[in-house]
Design a binder for this molecule. Structure first.
Ligand SMILES: *Cc1c(COP(=O)(O)O)cnc(C)c1O
Length: 366
């Protein structure tokens, strides 16, 4: 008998970066900076760290399986009830949960390509049928996606802003898309980077949730809130859908430290503001600096990003650029597994980190 389900035979594992300390050991250098996973360069909120410290002696207990206080705080901040909120072990767990809950045999999931790789990987793992629509000039092509919605389409993911391109869909574009597709299609608006968005025409998804029950907004504490290491994400949606996800969830899926950290981070508005301000200032400085560089006579292409990272096309091999930057002590993300062979994704860091990244890039390009 075959050991595993068919879907697992063809799965390719997510390739995480090596720990920074291991990279340092291999290269025989110190002070390596990681600008590869879109984490918060300023670190976690000091209040979140304090809350975790205070909770440490209690980790022999299971976490609160209902995440009572965290859900209450989130519900208040969105002016919804706790029944509208599902907590996840990172947003990633909820991507998996929605796919498993909603897509039945014969139904399909629609996503854009390239977009967040989890949509595809989790669907493949769940043995769910998938279809994708290519981006157009690195942006979601929502008119083409609306046309691609057919009788089998059950679930659509929209990463807004998109990872790995940093581009976004506007309120008008999203409205037109939602009007064009049937109301029984579940639409997930993945807003992992929403705090960083500067565009004035970015959609306000909360009113959409109220008008269109089969819509869910996904958010995370991993990015602007600086808590990627403790794995907390959440979804906001109709109590019907949330209720089903609650039934399928593991009883203690969000850890004790994650819950107290997220609660404290949510209240520390100053830390989020500092984070966003740093990102906005650095975006205005780093993007022109990268665009002023050339490779093989051609200026580097940098997409307009609304997130805390930029996608850079060096016109040379992305994996080679990644290797060369690594030797300079800068870890970025190569994007060949997204089919982007000449691009790398670079998370914006502190001003000092970005200066080192820019200097390293200049050296690498010669
Ligand atoms: C980072 C990210 C997430 C969620 O990450 P978690 O750490 O699992 O919360 C979801 N969607 C996108 C597009 C992301 O970049």
């Amino acid at each position: 008998m075959q050991l595993v389900n068919d879907a697992y035979l063809t799965l390719t594992p997510y390739v995480p970066g090596k720990p920074v300390t291991e990279t340092e050991r291999e290269l025989g250098i110190t002070g390596v900076i990681k600008l590869a996973s879109n984490e918060n360069a300023l670190g976690p909120s000091p209040k979140a760290v304090e809350a975790m410290r205070a909770a440490l002696a209690g980790v022999h207990d299971y976490p609160d399986g209902s995440a009572f206080y965290l859900k209450k705080a989130l519900a208040e901040s969105f002016a919804v009830t706790e029944r509208h909120i599902i907590m996840g072990n990172g947003g990633d767990e909820l991507i998996d949960a929605v796919i498993r809950a909603c897509v039945r045999p014969g139904e399909t999931l629609l996503y854009a390509d390239p977009s967040f790789i989890s949509y595809k990987l989790r669907a493949q793992q769940a043995g769910v049928g998938i279809r994708s629509v290519p981006l157009k000039e690195h942006r979601y092509d929502l008119p083409a996606m609306a046309k691609a919605v057919d009788a089998t389409t059950k679930l659509v993911f929209i990463a807004n802003p998109n990872n790995p391109t940093g581009t976004y869909v506007t309120a008008t574009e999203l409205d037109a898309f939602l009007t064009a597709i049937p109301n029984d299609v579940v639409v997930v608006l993945d807003e992992a980077y929403v705090e960083y968005v500067r565009a004035k025409d970015y959609p306000n998804s909360l009113p959409i949730l109220k008008q269109r029950p089969r819509t869910m907004v996904l958010r995370t504490f991993s990015k602007a809130y600086g808590l990627a290491g403790v794995r907390v994400g959440y979804g906001v949606g109709d109590p019907d859908l949330v209720g089903y996800l609650e039934r399928g969830r593991g009883p203690f899926n969000v850890g004790l430290l994650g819950q107290v950290a997220a609660l404290a981070a949510l209240a520390d508005k100053d830390h989020v503001q500092r984070t966003v301000d740093n990102n906005t200032r650095e975006m205005e400085r780093v993007v022109p600096a990268l665009r002023a560089m050339r490779c093989g006579g051609k200026p580097l292409e940098v997409t307009e990003s609304q997130a805390n990272f930029v996608m850079v096309d060096t016109h040379a091999s992305g994996p080679k650029t990644f290797e060369a930057l690594l030797k300079q002590g800068i870890i970025v993300r190569p994007l060949a597994n997204y089919g982007l062979n000449t691009q790398v994704r670079i998370t914006l860091g502190t001003p000092e980190q970005n200066d080192r990244m820019l200097a390293a890039m200049r050296r690498v390009l010669g």
